[in-house]
Write a protein that binds this ligand. Structure first.
Ligand code: AHR
Length: 320
């Protein structure tokens, strides 16, 4: 297992919630049938997350029922319903979008199956940890956006124009990374976001969207991508347009993939805020505590590192 539990801070995001009666309990027993619902499995971040869950399952006495939603929220709802029909003991859900997955979580609760959310959250206006699901295990996406924005303000001296490549529309990392970043750069009046468009967290869409936006904004001086895959795609588009990423255009993103760390060392990517995909050990430990009746915080917060030219080479082994 790549990440030690010591790197994780169990933080109470709101108040420390006692385990309320509404969340179905998870009885203590020798082994569990656990559904893991993944949004898609076609990029390094997702592949690392799935592997982390599979590796942890073995040591946690979990028999994993795995489903890949292939980038479709509708399929993910059906996947969760299928897990409910199979009477799994627990569902670990990485929800693709905030709103569409809420009914599936409620359905699991009604069926007496506890749900642990990992990586992305669901709509907090209607669903609550401790009542509808056990907890959310994940990063602070608003803070990731803020850290990327503050780095960019400093790297550019607070001057220039930015293209923002957003993640999957309706997903919590896209909403929150935008909020944190836009708030940070708004404090630098000389730095302006001239275009902000979704490229669905995908490398090839990042390349295509960047190529299109370069036609309207040929003099753009910075790119903020909500993940490394889109940043790598944008770097390809910039180079195809005869620009030098790293000198003509400053690029910053989020995730900490191996390709991003290599791009930092090559001088093409300025920085990336880590977003850890290694949820397996934390999900296992949280479920174990839940079976014992421990109070679980509403948000089990994952602490993320930051990579730039000062540490990317030394941290290369952290890439995935
Ligand atoms: O939910 C986390 C995000 O989803 C990662 O940043 C991204 O790479 C993935 O697709």
């Amino acid at each position: 297992m790549k990440k030690a539990l010591s790197s994780i801070v169990l933080a109470v995001a709101t108040a420390s919630l006692p385990v309320l009666a509404q969340v179905p309990p998870l009885p203590q027993k020798a082994g569990y049938k656990v559904g893991f619902s993944q949004t898609e499995n076609n990029n390094p971040w997702r592949i690392a997350e799935t592997k982390s869950m599979q590796d942890a399952a073995a040591g946690c006495n979990w028999t994993l029922v795995y489903a890949d939603a292939n980038g479709s929220s509708a399929k993910q709802v059906a996947d969760v319903e299928n897990m409910i029909a199979q009477k799994v003991d627990l569902i670990v859900l990485a929800p693709r979008e905030e709103k569409p997955l809420v009914p599936a979580v409620m359905k699991a609760r009604r069926a007496g199956i506890p749900v642990i959310l990992i990586d992305r959250n669901i709509d907090q206006k209607v669903a609550q940890a401790g009542r509808d699901y056990v907890t959310f295990i994940g990063s602070d996406f608003v803070d990731q956006g803020r850290r990327a924005g503050e780095w960019l303000v400093q790297a550019t001296g607070g001057k220039g124009t930015i293209v923002e490549l957003e993640g999957t529309t309706g997903s919590s990392p896209a909403n929150d990374r935008k909020k944190g970043f836009d708030g940070a750069v708004a404090k630098a009046p000389g730095l302006r976001i001239v275009a902000s468009q979704s490229a669905d967290f995908s490398r090839d869409k990042g390349r295509q969207v960047m190529q299109t936006l370069l036609q309207a904004h040929p003099d753009v001086s910075a790119v903020y991508a909500h993940n490394d895959e889109m940043a790598v795609g944008a770097i390809t588009a910039l180079e195809a347009a005869g620009k030098k990423p790293g000198s003509d255009v400053t690029v910053v993103s989020v995730d900490g993939t191996a390709d991003a760390l290599k791009a930092i060392v090559a001088g093409k990517l300025g920085a990336t805020v880590q977003s850890s995909p290694f949820f397996g050990p934390i999900a296992c430990e949280t479920a174990r505590r839940y079976t014992k009746g421990d109070a679980i915080p509403a948000w089990v917060k994952v602490e993320d590192k930051f990579y730039d030219k000062s540490n990317a080479q030394a941290m290369m082994a952290n890439g995935y």
